[in-house]
Each structure stands twice: as structure tokens, then as C-alpha cells.
Write a protein that binds this ligand. Sequence first.
Ligand SMILES: [Zn+2]
Ligand SMILES: [Zn+2]
Length: 187
Amino acid sequence: MNEALFWSRVDKNGPVSEHRPDLGPCWIWMGGLNDSGYGIFYIKRSPKRAHILAYRLLHGEIPDGLVLDHLCRVRRCVRHLEPVTQRVNTLRGVAPSALCALKTECPSGHKYTPENTYLDPKGARHCRVCKIAAHERWESRLDVEGQRKLSDYRKRYRQENRETLIAYLREYHRKKMESRRDQKSYA
Ligand SMILES: [Zn+2]
Ligand SMILES: [Zn+2]
């Protein structure tokens, strides 16, 4: 890689991190950023994360199994990096997911019980009570045209997913009957 070109894109007189002023000025990446806000440097047309390249140039390879943590919490910084385990990195992060994982209630105060928790495909937790309430609010605001579209959509959905829905309902009733039987046998 072209090291001179790489360092020409770094401002070594960057601001001091509010999170860790003791570390001194950040070295701010002035080149392109990726969607997550990390600096990107192209090597043979392939995008590489600038902070990882900087760490390698200054300190050598990142030890196996470790990831680089930004001590200063400034993603564009290519200076204040420490190799840590993925777990430490997540817990240290100010990422909402790290904070949310510690919470036992949704923002409206409903408990995150297994029954009331919905995990989205990204693994984030959502409160079912709030989700249903939000949906009802949305539905109550629909105009006639919107209501017609929604009922059409539901009809189509039921037709297209008939098998799955029947299987789901059978399983639901089976479980219900089972738990009733259990309750009776305890009585
Ligand atoms: Zn920094
Ligand atoms: Zn809630």
C-alpha cells in the first residue's frame, strides 16, 4: 500500500476526545467513511478500514481472536486503538445494544419477559405490548382507502400463507389443550 498517501489523509491535530481527554488529540481520518462511520482506504480498489491499517503500520498484526477497540469512541480516529476480545468491545461500547442488553424494561416500563419480548432479525429486543399499541394507533388513523388496502393485504396474506397459518393454529391449540390437561392433573 501507499503509506505516504495513507498518512496524507490523517489529521494528527484532531480534537481531543470528550470521552478520554487524557489520551491527547485524535488522529482523524479525512478520507472516505463507510456506512458505520469508519475511515476507508482503498488498496487495489478494495476498501479497507483505515484504523486497522494504521494499527498494523504502527504496532504490527492484531493478535488472533482480538478486535480493535476505539478507546476515544471516535470512529474516525486511527490513533487510540486497543486490541480486546469481542465481548469486552461490546460491553465497553456506547452502542445502544450494549446498554439495552442490561435493561429489564421497555422505555414505557413494560417488563421484558420472554412472552413480551420480540427479537427482530438483528437481535434487538422489542416490547410486544408497545408494538401492538403502536399498530392500533396506526390503524385507527387510516382513512377509508387505507382501511381497504389493509384488509386486502390481510386477505392476500392469509391466502398466500394458508398452510403455515393452519399449522401454527394447530400447534397453538395443541399446546393449549396440553396445558389444560396438565392443570387438571395437578388439581
Ligand atoms: Zn482517538
Ligand atoms: Zn412496552
